[in-house]
Design a protein around this ligand. Structure first.
Ligand SMILES: NC(=O)c1ccc[n+]([C@@H]2O[C@H](COP(=O)([O-])OP(=O)(O)OC[C@H]3O[C@@H](n4cnc5c(N)ncnc54)[C@H](O)[C@@H]3O)[C@@H](O)[C@H]2O)c1
Length: 341
């Protein structure tokens, strides 16, 4: 594709993160145009299209996928629709950016990857943390050997609140939340794979929803094939804000990333010292969310995915599925148990 051409992007899903991605394409990412928005909630699509001056809003994603003028799609629907939409978009020759989790089963992930490969279209997945300055700096340090051999890795996510526990999909703590941490841990230990996990999880925030399958707190230990050990944890309701942190400890040193404070300003007053904290993912990772889409636009031109691929999404999904089995069966689970032989 001509590198000077403005790429036309269709947004599929105009909810919380889709709206932010639509805004990034329309206002923050160079060389891209938000050409169409699809959401079965007609008002959501229409309202976003008006706000972002996007020419087309529809209730049917297939219209966007069938439109020959559209170069690429961003899929930001609930996870259960992701893999089918990827397959449809790839078969129509569109470059695909899909939110995490890319799929809910390994078979679905394999179908999505195979469809993109067969159509020779790039497939990039929304593991935005890789694009945060601190996370990418840490990864570069690890890759350059500055930390020696990674031995202990750590990644945690504490969401700021659980607005509507009834809407949380089954096993979301692993499939939707910790899947970010699993990608991060793999990102920090390049070339190695997780071979075994042991996960515990419970409903500590909303015990009244436990009988409906909601688990809101989880802790996972992971073992990599190069011997490194890792720990991931998540909770859906941190009283103090949206808190995401990581750490790599190796034979040559340590690197830490993540800061819940909105900025490095510290307020001194009559009641002591105070630092306001971040409450929204789109505030904490504002620049990372934007950077991943800027890179996606480059990917549409080059055809080469530099960021998180479908294969990376499959690997993180396999870890999440192993954790689910670990919780269900209260035992360590090897990744080979959830992957096809
Ligand atoms: N990377 C991140 O940090 C991050 C943050 C938030 C959400 N997400 C992921 O993004 C996805 C969406 O999450 P959300 O919080 O925006 O959900 P949401 O419920 O706010 O929005 C989803 C939207 O998709 C629409 N939709 C449903 N089926 C559709 C279809 N077939 N075609 C088009 N639109 C459809 C819904 O009507 C809704 O407006 C989830 O997979 C979630 O895990 C990722």
């Amino acid at each position: 594709m001509n590198p000077d051409k403005t790429v036309k992007i269709g947004l599929i899903g105009a909810g919380a993160i889709g709206s932010f991605h639509g805004e990034s394409i329309a206002r923050r990412v160079h060389g891209a145009q938000l050409a169409a928005i699809a959401d079965p909630a007609a008002e959501a699509a229409q309202r976003l299209a008006e706000r972002l001056h996007c020419a087309s809003a529809t209730t049917d994603a297939r219209q966007i996928i069938a439109d020959p003028a559209i170069d690429a799609v961003i899929i930001a629907t609930p996870a259960r629709f992701h893999s089918e939409l990827i397959v449809m978009a790839a078969e129509a020759g569109k470059a695909v950016f899909c939110e995490k989790p890319m799929a809910l089963t390994i078979a679905e992930a394999d179908r999505a990857i195979a469809a993109a490969r067969a159509a020779k279209v790039p497939l990039q997945v929304g593991f935005n943390r890789r694009y945060d300055k601190a996370w990418s700096e840490a990864q570069r340090s690890v890759a350059a050997g500055a930390l020696g051999t990674p031995q202990l890795l750590r990644s945690l996510t504490r969401d700021p609140g659980l607005a509507d526990p009834a809407r949380v999909p089954p096993w979301a703590i692993f499939l939707e939340t910790l899947i970010h941490d699993f990608d991060t841990l793999r990102f920090f230990n390049p070339g190695s794979e997780v071979v075994e996990v042991y996960a515990i999880a419970d409903a500590l925030v909303r015990p009244d929803f436990k009988s409906r399958g909601l688990l809101d707190t989880a802790l996972v230990s992971l073992r990599f094939d190069n011997g490194a050990m890792a720990c991931a944890e998540a909770n859906f309701q941190a009283a103090y804000g949206y808190d995401v942190r990581g750490e790599v400890f190796g034979s040559g040193g340590m690197i830490k990333m993540g800061d819940v404070r909105c900025s490095n300003a510290t307020h001194f007053g009559a009641n002591g010292i105070n630092s306001p904290t971040t409450r929204l993912n789109t505030d904490l990772f504002h620049d990372a969310y934007t950077a991943q889409l800027a890179e996606f636009v480059e990917t549409i031109h080059s055809g080469q995915v530099r960021g998180p691929t479908g294969e990376a999404a499959r690997a993180a999904l396999a870890i999440a599925l192993a954790c689910i089995r670990s919780v269900a069966e209260a035992r360590p689970v090897r990744l080979t148990e959830v992957l096809p032989a």
